[in-house]
Design a protein. Structure first.
Length: 115
C-alpha cells in the first residue's frame, strides 16, 4: 500500500544491541538505552522525529508500559505507537488481572487454580 502512494517503506530498528536480528534486517538501526532507563522514551521520541517515523511497532513486552505512557509524546512528533492504553497493558501483563477482567466482562475464559 505504501508503494501505491509513492512512499517506499523504510524500517528503522532500535535496540540495546546493534547485533540484534531486528537491526540486521532493518534498513537503518540505532542503539537505544534499555526501556527501564529514564532516557529510553526521550531517545525514542527523538529518533522518531529525526527519522520521520509514522508508525512505531513495539516488539518487546517489557517496553509496552513505557510506550503506552508516552503515546502523546510520540504523537507530538507525528508518530503513532501501536500500543494499548497503560491500563490495558497493565491488565494484559498480569494473568490474574486479565482473568478477573475477562470474568467481570462476561467473556469466556479458562478457570484458574486457587481462584
Amino acid at each position: 500500500m505504501l508503494a501505491e502512494l509513492g512512499l517506499p517503506p523504510r524500517v528503522v530498528a532500535a535496540d540495546v544491541s546493534l547485533l540484534s536480528a531486528a537491526c540486521a534486517a532493518a534498513d537503518h538501526s540505532v542503539r537505544v538505552p534499555p526501556c527501564t532507563d529514564p532516557d529510553f522514551v526521550p531517545t525514542m521520541v527523538e529518533i522518531c522525529r529525526q527519522e520521520d517515523v509514522r508508525l512505531l511497532v513495539p516488539t518487546i513486552d517489557t517496553e509496552l508500559p513505557a510506550f503506552a505512557s508516552a503515546r502523546a509524546d510520540f504523537a507530538a512528533v507525528g508518530t503513532l505507537v501501536a500500543v494499548s492504553s497503560p491500563e490495558v497493558v497493565r491488565i494484559a501483563s498480569d494473568k490474574r488481572l486479565a482473568h478477573d477482567h475477562l470474568v467481570r466482562s462476561g467473556l469466556p475464559t479458562v478457570e484458574q487454580a486457587g481462584v
